[in-house]
Design a protein around this ligand. Structure first.
Ligand code: ADP
Ligand code: MG
Length: 319
């Protein structure tokens, strides 16, 4: 049986770059560049709520950090360091090794070293709390309140696959192993566009990451910026695996499905070429899906002018 300190030493004490003070003291120390402000974000992942108990622990470690890095991306911030809080009902070395490997793989890929945390025995189910620290020039940060009338609306990556995978795993859709195989990675291994997002700072206006569904999340930009939006359904980057599904199932997943961890952002029309060039450079797909209008709320139209409505606007933990 390992104690708390053995556990930290064994699984969560890999070396950090020499400009940081990492695990082992009362606090970590993380320098900021001149003129930058700290960007901080935290997310809780609760077993049974945000992940299924039998999820592959490597993917879980990866995702626990990725969803936080996604928030830094949505601000245009550069990752600096992260801390990890863990409540574990049991100590399972195989689970811990795999979880730590996934977490560190994401930390290395994003150059966001793990510099501290807290570990405790939990009552029931695993609880994971990750906090990320980043830096951004406050003049260039991508705030939700910054959208302006006439801005283009963009989205990165593709939409809908994570939601379909979740519905398949929860038996809300008829069993379909081929469809699960082609959508599962989107759910379990999100890849927020971290490099691209940093290059958008000072180029785009408002941004956020899509965690609860495109329409619901875009609604946060619209509310904060006091404007409305019109989206062209045909311009939305529907994940190719969804093409065989009935249109209503696709529309619900694309417009209302969560766990996307891609960016939705607005930018002046004069930035179109710059944005496409930056996306190309970063190896990211960026689709122009609509524009900011007067009024409030978003409407989604088909090319023939027909409005698309969806039964679920998005995810809400307390609804
Ligand atoms: P304290 O008593 O000051 O809270 P702890 O004994 O909880 O310190 O932790 C000892 C060290 O290990 C600290 O540097 C802390 O940041 C780090 N640590 C604890 N849990 C984790 C974890 N899950 N991942 C990374 N570092 C951790
Ligand atoms: Mg502690």
């Amino acid at each position: 049986m390992v104690n708390e300190f053995d556990l930290i030493a064994r699984y969560f004490s890999r070396p950090v770059p020499s400009h940081l003070l990492g695990v082992g003291d009362d606090c970590a120390l993380v320098p900021l560049d001149a003129g930058q402000q700290m960007a901080v974000s935290t997310d809780l992942l609760v077993e049974g709520r945000h992940f299924l108990a039998d999820v592959d622990p490597y993917s879980l470690g990866l995702k626990a950090l990725a969803v936080n890095l996604s928030d830094l991306a949505a601000m245009g911030a550069q990752p600096l360091a992260c801390v990890l809080g863990l409540a574990l009902p049991t100590v399972d070395p195989r689970w811990l090794v795999a979880f730590a490997n996934g977490f560190y793989a994401q930390a290395d890929a994003a150059q966001c070293p793990l510099v501290g945390g807290d570990t405790t025995r939990g009552m029931s189910g695993v609880v994971i709390s990750v906090t990320v620290f980043g830096q951004v020039d406050p003049q260039k940060a991508l705030r939700r309140s910054a959208a302006r009338l006439g801005d283009d609306i963009w989205v990165t990556g593709s939409l809908g696959a994570a939601d379909i995978a979740l519905q398949l795993l929860q038996h809300a859709l008829p069993s379909n192993p081929a469809l699960l195989a082609s959508t599962r990675a989107a759910l379990e291994r999100p890849e927020p566009p971290l490099q691209f997002a940093q290059s958008l700072a000072g180029v785009a206006r408002a941004a956020l990451d899509i965690s609860d569904g495109l329409l619901q999340d875009l609604g946060h930009i619209l509310a904060a910026s006091h404007c409305g939006a019109e989206l062209n359904y045909e311009a939305l980057p529907v994940h190719p695996a969804l093409r065989s599904l009935p249109p209503a199932v696709q529309e619900a997943a694309v417009l209302g499905g969560g766990d996307v961890y891609q960016l939705c952002f607005t930018a002046d029309a004069s930035k179109r070429e710059t944005i496409l060039a930056l996306a190309h450079l970063a190896g990211v797909e960026a689709a122009r899906i609509g524009c900011i209008t007067e009024g409030s709320g978003a409407i989604v139209k088909r090319a023939d002018g027909r409005a698309v409505t969806v039964p679920r606007a998005g995810f809400d933990h307390f609804s």
